[in-house]
Each structure stands twice: as structure tokens, then as C-alpha cells.
Ligand binder design. Structure first.
Ligand code: DON
Length: 556
């Protein structure tokens, strides 16, 4: 007994001493996998900037996180330089030239299940490589080849499969084999601790390192992608690949009290919806209501409901449709949206608009946040859309193709895999970008860098970012606690309030039900995997890596 008390005391002393002696963090990368965070962090240590680290982390995720890390998908990059300059790059996939509005409809005009999610026809033109290389061209400082090398090394030497990964690979292995007609790399039956090498991917990465964009969009890599996508029912062409271009866009900026938020504008709905929700709750004293209290959850859910209704109707690719962005962000408009808000009772979604759809299980995307020692900040969310995208595996380059086409609205009012409906604004057209929910966001407080944040989670991305920002700013949580905190989600339709399983007590659930919210256990699911960095007013940097995944921070 005495001995164990002494050892406990020693442990406590050791813990305290390690805490007090660890040097302050200068720079950090927080991503879905430790290897990818370390790849970025090592670049920072070598004198690279946050943008160089973005390149290294992106390519490393492709190797060690095949569920969502990618060179064959697309994403959004938001940055704020140490000098306070901001910008955002859209490297979202586009619909192939041969795509038509009715691509996924049968002769009677009904959506054909699975066509936009599994197999070659689900594949959009990948934007990832062009996007990553554009970030490097404009903002990077080290040679491209040096930034791709860590990913090549990981692919050649192999990475160790985690428990969560083994489960995931095995859960999908039948689908992989079904789509590809044979056992491919990730259908081999893995267990935690196994090592996966991916030499074809190393070769593709070498081609990109040597030839830049041409190494991906105009080489044997391009031919392999086109051949496999076509062999599995797709329409992707070499012409599509050759013509792909990422696009710098003005970020979506707005204020909330003394915060200034910098997020992604359309074709992501993330910035607009986050802005709408924050503006709708701004007049209320959410801090005094308390974190995840019935009162604060009710208010946030009512804002979410109204914003997702707007998302469905108004949003699409601004290069193709007129998005009334200024109107949607107008303070008076947002106040008017909350005019029928009642503290006492939920507004039925049918009274906000109409529809009847189902919630689907979570899939995969990935977000990472980076801060370098100078103070440059990067928020990136990138995706294949569903877990392992279309499940089409291109063996010559060792990767899955995306199924981003499902983010279009196949038919107005029909739900996609996230239960999201859309309108004409998000219908399919050649070279159009599909609407996204990805919300890489950077927050300033009193004009100084305050928070870098984002997450995967399909339609739940925006509400997870919304909650994480409020957890830190309104509820005073430290970064990791803000990431860990239980999450909830409402997306207008279906009119259900989704709560993370077993994280909310019976009293809270009852309180919400009494107000008229439909809270049912069958809709509960894990929501988001937030990776974030916080910079305190005194300059102390802290990280939050989501324990819902294998997410990890690497700092220096
Ligand atoms: O762009 C979007 O909104 C979706 N393709 C994101 C998919 C996603 O987050 C899946 N992950 N959990």
C-alpha cells in the first residue's frame, strides 16, 4: 500500500515536471495521422513555411490515410500569412466534359441508386495535385521534390495499420473487390500492426516530383486513371485531366463579436452557412446559457435549421450560378430569418420548407491545420467524398478515385449520401464544381491569429466547426477539450436532431424533446474529427487532435 502511494506520488511529480519543462510550441501540424503530421512538422523544422508543410502533409496523407487522404480527390485551402494577408484556393473536383444533368437518372427520371457513389461514373476530375502544386508555386519556399520525398519514403518503407484502419479496410473489402473485380491492395485482410507498402504510389509520386502537374495530368498516371475509371463505367477523359485548373477565390469573411472569421466561399457552402449560423446566434448571450445546455443547443439548432434550408436552395458553383452571397450574409436578412424563433419551441422544418429524407452514416474526408514559427496559418480540408471514394482502385498508382459527383444534386429535392437536398443551383454540368460543406476556417481575435480549425463529416462539417469555435470563444474551453466535447447536428431536413451516442444525459434529451425536437437514438452517430490549433492572447499555442480518429499533432 505504502509502496503504491509512493509510486503514485513519483508519477504525479514526474507528470508535473514533464509538463513544466516542455518547451513552448513554436509550430504545429495536426492531421488525421501522426506520420502525416510529422512529415509536415519536419519540413517546418528544416526551415520550410506552413505552405511547404501543407504540401508534405497532403502527399503523406495520401499514403497513410487512403480512406480520405488523396491525390485523386479535391479540397479547399485557406491561409492567413504572418503579416495578416488572407486567401483561399479552390481545388475542388469538376464534372467531366461528358457529364450531363441527368447522368444518374433512369428513363423515368428517377435517381438510380449507387450510380453517383460507387464505380467509375461517380468520379469527378481530380483537383488535388493541381491545388497542392499551386499552393507551392505561390507560397512555398523549399523545392517541390523535397516536400514530396517524405510521402515517397512512407510509400516505399510502408506504414503501420492502426486498429481503426484495420477495421475500416476489412469493413469495405468486399466492396473494393466487387468494384475492381479482383483483390486489390486494401482488400487483402489486414490486422492492426501490419505494414502496408505501396510501390505503385511511390512511383506516381516520383513522376509528380519530377514533372509537376504534367506528371499527374498528362502522363502514364493520367492514362492509368482514365483507363480504370472507364473500365468501371466512368466517363473521365484525358482531355478532362489536361484542362483542370484550381482557382484562387476571395475567402468568405465575417465578424462575430470581436472575432473575424476567414472561411471558404462557394463552391463550398461552409463559409456562408457558418457565417449565417454565427450571425443568427450573435444577439443572444449563449455563454450564460452554458455549454450543451438545452437552451444553448436549442438556439444553435434553430440557426442550423434555417441555414441548411438556404444552403439547399441557393448554393452551387458561382462560376455557373448566381449565388446571392451578400444577401445571404446580410445582417438584417439573418435577423429576419430568426424572427419566428421561439425560446420555447422548435420550429418544424416543414414550416421552413418541405421534404422528407433520411440520415446516412458518416463517411470520410480529412482536415489538417498548420502553424509555422513565423505565424503563417493554414487550414486545409480535402476529400475523396465517401470513404475510399468510388472504391475504384487504380492499381498502377495505388490509390482510389473519388466519388465527388454525388455532391451534385442528381435531381432537385432528392437527397445525396449525406441526406442533403439541392436545387437547380447545384445541378450537374460539364466542368461545374459540386457544392461542398467543407469549412477550413481561420479565426482572428482583435486582428490577431486566434484559431485554425476544420473537420471531415459531410453535412456535419459546418455544425462541428460552429460548435468548436463557440466552445473555445464562448465557453472558455482549452483547445483539446473543445475538440473532445460532445457534438450535435441539425441540417433542416430530415427534421431530426442528431446527437453523438451516449454523450448526452437523459435530462438534456428530455428537455430538447419537450421543446419539440425529434431526438432519436437511431440517428446518433459520431460527428466530425476536428483538428485545430489555438493561439492564446499571450501567444501560447495549443493543439486539439480529435480522439474520434487516429488524429495526432506533431509540434516543435
Ligand atoms: O465536400 C463535401 O462536403 C463532402 N464531399 C465531404 C465529405 C465528407 O466530409 C465525408 N466525411 N466524413
Amino acid at each position: 500500500m505504502k509502496k503504491s502511494i509512493i509510486s503514485l506520488l513519483c508519477l504525479a511529480l514526474f507528470a508535473c515536471s514533464t509538463k513544466t519543462t516542455s518547451p513552448p510550441i513554436k509550430g504545429a501540424v495536426v492531421s488525421a495521422r501522426i506520420e502525416a503530421s510529422e512529415a509536415g512538422r519536419d519540413i517546418l523544422k528544416k526551415g520550410g513555411n506552413a505552405y511547404d508543410a501543407m504540401v508534405a502533409t497532403s502527399f503523406a496523407l495520401t499514403v497513410v490515410y487512403p480512406v480520405a487522404g488523396n491525390i485523386t480527390g479535391g479540397g479547399f485551402f485557406v491561409y492567413r500569412s504572418a503579416e495578416g494577408e488572407t486567401g483561399s484556393l479552390d481545388y475542388r473536383e469538376m464534372a467531366p466534359l461528358k457529364a450531363t444533368k441527368d447522368l444518374y437518372l433512369d428513363d423515368d427520371g428517377n435517381v438510380i441508386p449507387g450510380k453517383s457513389t460507387i464505380g467509375g461514373l461517380a468520379v469527378g476530375i481530380p483537383g488535388a495535385v493541381a491545388g497542392i502544386l499551386e499552393v507551392h508555386r505561390k507560397l512555398g519556399s523549399l523545392p517541390l521534390a523535397d516536400l514530396i520525398q517524405p510521402a515517397i519514403d512512407l510509400a516505399e518503407k510502408g506504414y503501420i495499420v492502426s486498429e481503426k484502419q484495420a477495421k475500416s479496410y476489412n469493413r469495405y473489402s468486399k466492396q473494393f473487390t466487387g468494384v475492381n473485380g479482383k483483390v486489390t491492395l486494401y482488400a487483402k485482410g489486414y490486422k492492426a500492426g501490419d505494414r502496408v507498402k505501396n510501390i505503385p504510389l511511390a512511383n506516381a509520386l516520383k513522376e509528380i516530383a519530377a514533372k509537376g502537374n504534367a506528371g499527374f495530368y498528362e502522363s502514364w498516371v493520367a492514362e492509368a486513371m482514365v483507363n480504370k475509371t472507364r473500365a468501371t463505367g466512368g466517363i473521365l477523359s484525358l482531355e478532362d485531366l489536361k484542362a483542370y485548373l484550381p482557382k484562387w477565390r476571395d475567402p468568405l469573411t465575417f465578424s462575430y463579436k470581436d472575432l473575424n472569421l476567414i472561411s471558404m466561399a462557394p463552391p463550398s457552402s461552409g463559409g456562408i452557412c457558418l457565417g449565417q449560423m454565427m450571425k443568427m446566434i450573435e444577439p443572444y448571450d449563449i455563454k450564460s446559457m452554458g455549454h450543451n445546455s438545452v437552451e444553448s443547443m436549442h438556439l444553435m439548432v434553430e440557426a442550423e435549421r434555417r441555414s441548411y434550408a438556404d444552403r439547399s436552395h441557393f448554393l452551387g458553383d458561382p462560376d455557373f450560378v448566381a449565388v446571392p452571397q451578400d444577401h445571404l450574409m446580410d445582417e438584417n436578412y439573418l435577423l429576419s430569418r430568426m424572427e419566428n424563433y421561439s425560446k420555447e419551441a422548435a420550429t418544424a422544418s416543414a414550416d421552413v420548407s418541405h421534404g422528407d429524407i433520411i440520415v446516412v452514416e458518416s463517411d470520410e474526408t480529412t482536415h489538417f491545420s498548420i502553424l509555422d514559427a513565423k505565424g503563417n496559418a493554414v487550414a486545409v480540408t480535402t476529400t475523396l467524398n465517401g470513404a475510399y471514394g468510388s472504391k475504384v482502385f487504380v492499381e498502377e498508382i495505388g490509390v482510389f478515385m473519388n466519388n465527388e459527383m454525388d455532391d451534385f444534386s442528381s435531381k432537385p429535392g432528392e437527397p445525396n449520401m449525406f441526406g442533403l437536398t439541392g436545387s437547380e443551383a447545384n445541378s450537374i454540368a460539364p466542368k461545374k464544381r459540386m457544392l461542398s460543406s467543407m469549412t477550413p476556417t481561420i479565426v482572428e481575435k482583435d486582428n490577431k491569429l486566434y484559431l485554425i480549425v476544420g473537420t471531415p463529416g459531410g453535412s456535419t462539417i459546418i455544425t462541428s466547426v460552429f460548435q468548436t469555435i463557440l466552445n473555445v470563444y464562448e465557453h472558455g474551453m482549452e483547445m483539446q477539450a473543445a475538440v473532445n466535447a460532445p457534438r450535435f447536428h441539425h441540417q433542416w431536413l430530415p427534421d431530426n436532431l442528431v446527437l453523438e451516442p451516449e454523450k448526452f444525459d437523459a435530462k438534456t434529451i428530455e428537455g430538447l424533446q419537450k421543446k419539440g425536437h425529434s431526438v432519436e437514438a437511431k440517428y446518433s452517430k459520431i460527428i466530425g474529427k476536428v483538428d485545430a490549433i489555438h493561439i492564446s492572447e499571450s501567444g501560447t499555442i495549443s493543439v486539439g487532435a480529435d480522439p474520434r480518429g487516429d488524429d495526432a499533432a506533431a509540434t516543435h
